[in-house]
Design a protein around this ligand. Structure first.
Ligand code: HEC
Ligand code: HEC
Ligand code: HEC
Ligand code: HEC
Ligand code: HEC
Ligand code: HEC
Length: 392
């Protein structure tokens, strides 16, 4: 056992009680702590640990009662987890359960793409059925995914700034998934009926709180001009397939994403699917003014009115969009920038950067056409986050 692991055994034993007191309520309300659908690893459950018990993820001394429950892997891992916390894009502690046929007894029910859960697009091939698949697009499957090795080198343990320029940082050795989630707090909002108070995410700048569970953390609280896209095949709205369209039931994902993607942070990507990789991710601003970056027209910058708009964006005024109106948070079967497989009841197919591909997003989903002809080289020459010519 390494000194580091010793230290953690020591602190776990001593901290367990106070930690439980602090966390008990929050953890028991979390998806993992839930006594009917929470964590239940087959091997630990056969040893008698109840569903939701910490022991389904944490193992003291890497063994329980003299034997190491499956998966056996030598010494205790960091944080006394039953497996190494993070290895690569496709090998991660979380995938031990969040895949098809993992260690969770009976598998996991709610694990699909954003477009499926919160956009209603359920056609086969249009979505990922596990979280592991969503992240496999960067390497093993066509499509694109957030690249976890870069979270480790560019975000964790670094001094980062949020969109207001306020500094935050996360420990260097935590799981890259936990830049956006807290496994002790995350709840299950997706299962019908959708419940916005049960948010699954935590902002990296505020790791010990869930984000979006309070009314003040929703899209409408930040942007009075937000209108959520239509649910697939209907005129009800995301994310709940209901008539609520003002974002009052949608976590303010802009605030989550712009903790990292803003005008301040330099993020160098080695993502194999990023066009031009390796390179720095472009900086962007969703505000009305920013230093060094041109604020985005799809953000809060209110320019002219929307031209050639499709419903529900036809009331003539400008609107602020949410990042997840266009992007998947984990990954997508579109090869370019995690673009959703469907947006606002339209199929989006962006296998490459051809004009036809971009048009399937811009024209099918939200604009019926543009005031210029569409064959001026690549749309992305002029339209990109932070771009000046026509903005984005
Ligand atoms: C021992 C198995 C197990 C491990 C390991 C595990 N999870 Fe889960 N997770 C679950 C189960 C079971 C649920 C509840 C699933 C359901 O609702 O069907 C869940 C739910 C969640 C949710 C809430 C949304 C939802 O789908 O219900 C999030 C977020 C989440 N897990 C993230 C993580 C992250 C991040 C990690 C790694 C740090 C992780 N999980 C590791 C079993 C696991
Ligand atoms: C960049 C931020 C980010 C990262 C990194 C991230 N997630 Fe998520 N995750 C999200 C968002 C946003 C959602 C959708 C929000 C929701 O469910 O309310 C989500 C949803 C989920 C859900 C619920 C899925 C469902 O069916 O509703 C699970 C489970 C989950 N993530 C697990 C993981 C795991 C495991 C990893 C690492 C392999 C990971 N996440 C990495 C942002 C992130
Ligand atoms: C914790 C920091 C963090 C947060 C929060 C975050 N990202 Fe990222 N993002 C990164 C890093 C690091 C990269 C570079 C690695 C890569 O290319 O995936 C990246 C890259 C990207 C890319 C380019 C990937 C590609 O293949 O072209 C997109 C698109 C993106 N993020 C969208 C989002 C969206 C949308 C959200 C909110 C749901 C978000 N990000 C939240 C850290 C973050
Ligand atoms: C779904 C798996 C999972 C469950 C269940 C779980 N944890 Fe954790 N825990 C983790 C992970 C992963 C880490 C490592 C930190 C990281 O990667 O974010 C961690 C870290 C910790 C830490 C180190 C401090 C910290 O917050 O980072 C303590 C203490 C801890 N867990 C206690 C508990 C207790 C007590 C329970 C039950 C009440 C519990 N955990 C249930 C996954 C889990
Ligand atoms: C040479 C630069 C350039 C290229 C290439 C370009 N655009 Fe534009 N685009 C603009 C400018 C400038 C505006 C703003 C026009 C205005 O406000 O009158 C604009 C506006 C738009 C609008 C808003 C509606 C409107 O007509 O004002 C849409 C939609 C649009 N473009 C889509 C596309 C698509 C799709 C492509 C690729 C097929 C593309 N553009 C390629 C420069 C460009
Ligand atoms: C209207 C749809 C739309 C919305 C809304 C949107 N994006 Fe994008 N995003 C795109 C498109 C199209 C691209 C590819 C062109 C480009 O690079 O800007 C892209 C590219 C990106 C990239 C990769 C940039 C690079 O260096 O290649 C990141 C990161 C990103 N978006 C993050 C975000 C975040 C964060 C938000 C919310 C604040 C957001 N996006 C909102 C459509 C959208």
């Amino acid at each position: 056992m390494s000194p580091h692991q010793c230290l953690i055994v020591f602190s776990l034993c001593f901290l367990l009680l106070p930690y439980r007191l602090v966390l008990a309520g929050d953890y028991l309300n979390s998806a993992h702590g839930n006594s009917s659908y929470g964590v239940k690893r087959s091997s630990t459950s056969s040893l008698g640990y109840a569903q939701g018990n910490c022991a389904h993820c944490h193992e003291q001394h890497a063994s329980i009662g003299g034997d190491e429950p499956v998966p056996a892997g030598g010494e205790a891992s960091d944080y006394l987890l039953f497996n190494t916390n993070h290895t690569s894009q496709t090998e991660n502690f979380c995938f031990d359960c969040h895949q098809s046929g993992g260690y969770q007894t009976g598998g996991i029910s709610v694990n699909k793409s954003y477009s499926y859960n919160f956009g209603g697009r359920t056609a086969g091939g249009s979505y990922d059925s596990t979280i592991e698949d969503s992240f496999s697009h960067a390497e093993e499957m066509t499509g694109s995914s957030h690249y976890l090795p870069d979270f480790v080198t560019q975000v964790l343990g670094k001094s980062m700034k949020n969109a207001d320029g306020v500094t935050w940082s996360l420990p260097a050795d935590i799981n890259p998934c936990n830049a956006c989630h807290n496994p002790h707090l995350a709840q299950r909002n997706a299962n019908s009926p959708y419940d916005a108070t049960k948010s699954a995410i935590s902002r990296p700048s505020d790791h010990n709180n869930r984000w979006g569970d309070d009314a003040s953390e929703r899209m409408n609280a930040a942007y009075s001009d937000y209108v959520s896209p239509y649910w697939w095949g209907s005129t009800t709205h995301e994310p709940a397939n209901s008539i609520t369209s003002d974002g009052s039931n949608l976590p303010n994902y802009v605030r989550l994403c712009t903790d990292c993607h803003n005008e301040y942070n330099t993020i160098n990507s080695t993502n194999p699917r990023l066009p031009g990789s390796p390179r720095a991710i472009r900086k962007l601003s969703w505000k009305t003014a920013a230093v060094g970056v041109i604020p985005d027209g799809h953000g809060e910058l209110d320019g002219a009115t929307i031209v050639y708009a499709r419903a529900p964006y036809t009331n003539g005024s400008n609107m602020t969009l949410c990042c997840t109106d266009c992007h998947e948070p984990h990954g997508s079967n579109n090869n370019i920038v995690l673009l959703r497989s469907s947006v606002n009841t339209s199929t989006v197919s962006v296998p490459n950067e051809s004009d036809a591909a971009w048009s399937s997003l811009c024209f099918s989903a939200c604009h019926s056409r543009a005031s210029h002809s569409s064959n001026k080289a690549n749309c992305r020459h002029c339209h990109y986050h932070g771009g000046g010519h026509g903005g984005f």
